[in-house]
Ligand binder design. Structure first.
Ligand SMILES: C[S@@+](CC[C@H](N)C(=O)[O-])C[C@H]1O[C@@H](n2cnc3c(N)ncnc32)[C@H](O)[C@@H]1O
Length: 204
């Protein structure tokens, strides 16, 4: 932590990621969310207005306490009752099989021990529960992936731990979900090295 992580990054991230295209994509991916919900990497709470009206409460985790002032603003505007916890996804205090849905948007790129966090996601999901994700990561296009590897170190600094070159299909697939559907595309009007998207559902 430090001034950049606590203050500048939350401000910049909240500003950039509240853009119109982000909102459109948040809305689309969250429509199949139901039951008891956990969101990992809650950030500044930008998903809150996009949950279906049927969602009345959720549990949210994020290790960056500096997001707090922005999440408070979102929570004040929302009817959803949010139980916010300042902690990372690698070690969740929730019991096994306690959620119907786990949500992650643009978060898996930033989790230090991603494999451990995905195992935690699977552990807390009920049998048949779904992991809903919208992430950026490694492109299959060699010209793009070369730049993703080159720029990864810089991005980790600017993006407060964000990796450009994680193969989300492989990482989520290796976690042992029973079924997985992924759609890949480039985020409109974004540089390709940061805009290769993985949107999908993995079922336990
Ligand atoms: C790019 S932001 C996205 C925030 C939010 N999910 C959104 O869609 O606006 C990445 C988020 O991952 C969070 N993060 C970093 N390390 C994490 C970890 N170990 N477990 C869970 N979240 C983490 C950061 O604090 C940050 O809020």
């Amino acid at each position: 932590m430090g001034f950049y992580s606590d203050v500048l990054f939350p401000w910049g991230m909240n500003w950039v990621m509240s853009g119109e295209e982000f909102q459109k994509q948040r809305h689309a991916v969250l429509q199949s969310v139901s039951g008891k919900i956990l969101e990992i990497g809650f950030g500044s709470g930008l998903n809150l207005p996009h949950y279906p009206q049927s969602v009345k409460q959720l549990v949210a985790v994020d290790p960056n306490a500096g997001m707090g002032r922005y999440t408070q603003q979102q929570m004040l505007k929302s009817d959803i009752d949010v139980e916010c916890k300042v902690l990372g996804g690698e070690s969740l205090p929730m019991p096994n099989e306690s959620f119907d849905t786990v949500v992650s948007t643009w978060t898996l790129c930033s989790i230090k021990n991603i494999e451990q966090a995905l195992l935690e996601v699977k552990r807390v999901l009920k049998p048949g529960g779904q992991f809903i994700f919208l992430e950026h990561g490694l492109s299959p296009d060699k010209k793009v992936s070369r730049w993703q590897h080159r720029l990864n170190g810089l991005q980790k600094i600017i993006g407060d731990g964000c990796h450009l070159n994680r193969d989300m299909r492989q990482l989520i697939g290796d976690t042992g979900f029973s079924d997985m559907e992924i759609e890949n595309y480039y985020f409109p009007n974004a540089p390709r090295f940061i805009g290769y998207m993985y949107r999908g559902i993995a079922k336990k």
